[in-house]
Design a protein around this ligand. Structure first.
Ligand code: SF4
Ligand code: SF4
Length: 407
């Protein structure tokens, strides 16, 4: 009998190893990194959820299939838009076990808009909707959605909201607790909290440099990656590396791809995707760069990372001391929603930026006209302002959109 048990155990071990290998060797060019101390190994580039709202279910399946087949095994789902969630659920059918899901807690879809909440009942509704639409009974990382100020961090301590997050972990509906933030002070406190295991943080060469700014930006600083950077950010990166807190990167390309175009780059010079990714991955604490991918062509372009040469990854060639600031530049992140008037603020800003940088076109005008509400509907109530992590003067941009597009 003992022999039979031993045999069964050995077989189970073989199956387990086989499954792990199947995931890890799917694309031999993809590197995998530990996600802090979670025990999970994640692909060093991974996929964001934004594109799935722009695709139908068949195109979503194509995108997910290519991502999985390329070795990507990590996805961030922050958006509460039912279409985004349902498309991802559809695309993951039959392959759920190949994807590690980082899903956000504290997001709901209300009055046709993605909305952040700390209300427990709303949070519960939003989280259960996420599981339902994904067709799963758990996600690996439950990410507390955007906590960007000291007040927001203080607000969740010892709160019913946090009790609910702990309850989700106890029930196994989330395996690990995460928190997303654009604020290094908050992110550092989260890392030191003892209960946050994964932090989603906005990182790219521009954000690192511009938040500090006092130390000259030069090749030496870029080489050691610890100079020319906001000291709080440096402390955060070091703490996470030392204490095995997983860090997943958002806004790898500057938010909306702004770093990839010299006209929009806050550094005044265009980076390539490979240079942005290499910059982030050079920090030992980083587990994965989550890339905003809208379609197959963008995914194919980003997958060049798997074959990129060291010369292509060398970002020191383009590093330049910034003359401009990112503050006030929209990254189309949607964190300012909901608008009291239902204006899709991120989309209005995106179309306005394109019209200003590349010139007005009939196509841009048509896209703007098709929006449910426009810049001209802004009442300057200011409700969105405190929710923008990037200091965008939103009412001013809404006025500019009205002037540019006529409504
Ligand atoms: S200031 Fe304008 S854009 Fe912002 S919430 Fe109010 S109406 Fe909406
Ligand atoms: S205005 Fe601010 S919060 Fe809103 S989409 Fe732009 S950067 Fe994000």
């Amino acid at each position: 009998m003992k022999k039979v048990y031993t045999l069964i155990l050995a077989l189970l071990c073989l199956v387990a190893v086989g499954c792990k290998q199947k995931q890890a060797t799917k694309n031999s060019n993809m590197n995998y990194r530990p996600l802090g101390a979670t025990g999970l190994e994640v692909s060093e580039i991974s996929i964001g959820c934004g594109g799935f709202g722009k695709l139908d279910s068949a195109a979503s399946l194509q995108l997910m299939t290519m991502a999985l087949d390329s070795g990507m095994n990590y996805i961030d789902i922050y958006d509460a838009d039912p279409k985004v969630r349902s498309n991802i659920g559809y695309a993951l059918k039959g392959r759920r076990d190949e994807m590690i899901i980082q899903g956000h807690i504290g997001t709901i879809y209300k009055d046709g808009q993605h909305t952040r909440t700390r209300d427990v009942e709303e949070t519960r509704k939003g989280f259960e909707d996420l599981l339902d639409r994904l067709g799963t009974d758990h996600i690996e990382v439950g990410m507390i959605h955007i906590t960007d100020s000291q007040e927001e961090w203080d607000e969740i301590q010892d709160s019913p909201f946090l009790d609910y997050v702990f309850q989700l972990k106890k029930e196994g509906k989330i395996k690990h607790i995460g928190l997303s933030s654009h604020n290094a002070e908050v992110a550092l406190q989260a890392a030191k909290s003892g209960w946050v295991e994964v932090i989603m943080f906005s990182l790219n060469p521009a954000f690192d440099q511009l938040r500090g700014g006092a130390i000259p930006w030069d090749k030496g600083a870029m080489d050691n990656l610890q100079g020319g950077i906001d000291p709080v950010r440096v402390e955060f990166y070091d703490y996470c590396a030392t204490h095995k807190i997983g860090v997943t990167v958002m806004k790898t390309f500057g938010g909306g791809g702004k770093l990839l175009d010299a006209k929009t780059s806050p550094l005044g010079v265009a980076y390539t995707p490979e240079q942005c990714i290499a910059y982030c991955l050079a920090k030992p604490c980083i587990s994965t760069c989550i890339l905003g991918i809208d379609n197959l062509d963008e995914l194919k372009a980003d997958l060049h990372w798997l074959h990129a040469t060291e010369a292509e990854k060398d970002y020191t060639n383009v590093a330049k001391r910034p003359d401009t600031q990112t503050a006030g530049d929209c990254t189309y992140c949607n964190h300012c929603s909901p608008c009291t008037q239902g204006i899709p603020i991120a989309k209005v800003n995106e179309l306005l930026d394109k019209a200003e940088h590349d010139g007005m076109t009939a196509e841009l005008q048509a896209q703007y006209d098709a929006l449910p509400k426009h810049g001209g509907d802004c009442t300057h109530c200011g409700a969105c302002m405190s929710r923008c992590p990037f200091g965008v003067d939103i009412p001013n941009r809404m006025d500019a959109a009205k002037a540019k597009f006529g409504k």
